[in-house]
Design a protein around this ligand. Structure first.
Ligand code: SF4
Length: 227
């Protein structure tokens, strides 16, 4: 078992420093070329891999270029055009609703506030945070996806379980200048080394400060269960 630093703040800073060294080019892995495409890609990525989303949006973005295009399509057509994405029927409806709302209430532009974005169908705080950060350069919070949720708990940065509560804990300890990058660093580390079922602690640059490290910790703090 690694020994975490004395305070959660110091632990968070050390994690960020080491992961910056490890993943210097860490960034969002969804493909998009404007705010509307970003919003659509993030909505589609809920419980789906970014890789699959990128495959589907390569054609989708050629067919649907404006909010009006999504508003004018039927839900069935949209569902068919995003076939292969998890929950494509629901998400087809979300895309139509988003197109309609942007046209009717936002003058054809993707809005730039948390409250407006979270009124769109299929858009929660996590999705809105990604759109604000990468579409508008507005960093109001920390995006907590499944990797951030798991690694933050494993590394002793939070004991909370729900993403919203984890985010509040992280906002207190992660330096504000790192709020955006923190997510990408943890996602990269989760994919490369610290997987849900395949934590490779022997290969991990955080092993000596990680209280879940398998060497002699018997418990995975992400789940609270034995490894
Ligand atoms: S791979 Fe192991 S040591 Fe590294 S962060 Fe994950 S649980 Fe901790």
């Amino acid at each position: 078992m690694g020994t975490p630093l004395e305070s959660r703040g110091a632990q968070a800073e050390e994690v960020v420093d080491r992961l910056h060294e490890e993943y210097p080019d860490s960034t969002i892995s969804l493909n998009y070329s404007n705010r509307l495409e970003l919003l659509v890609a993030v909505v589609l990525s809920a419980q789906c891999t970014d890789e699959r989303v990128n495959e589907v949006t390569a054609e989708l973005f050629e067919k649907y270029e404006t909010p009006e295009d999504y508003a004018a399509a039927s839900e069935e057509q949209l569902a068919e055009d995003i076939y292969g994405i998890t929950f494509h029927n629901n998400k087809g409806g979300y895309l139509k609703g988003i197109g309609e709302k942007i046209v009717a209430e936002h003058g054809g532009e993707v809005p730039d506030t948390m409250s407006e974005l979270t009124e769109f169908p299929g858009v929660g705080r996590k999705t809105a945070n990604v759109v604000l950060q990468h579409g508008h350069d507005v960093v109001e919070g920390i995006v907590v996806d499944t990797h951030v949720q798991r690694l933050s708990r494993r590394l002793g940065l939070t004991e909370e379980e729900r993403p919203e509560a984890i985010e509040q804990d992280l906002l207190e300890v992660v330096p504000e200048t790192e709020w955006q990058q923190f997510t990408h660093l943890l996602i990269d580390h989760g994919r490369a080394v610290c997987g849900a079922r395949t934590a490779e602690c022997g290969e991990c640059v955080l092993a000596d400060i990680c209280p879940s490290e398998k060497g002699d910790s018997e418990v995975d703090l992400a789940s609270g269960e034995p490894w």
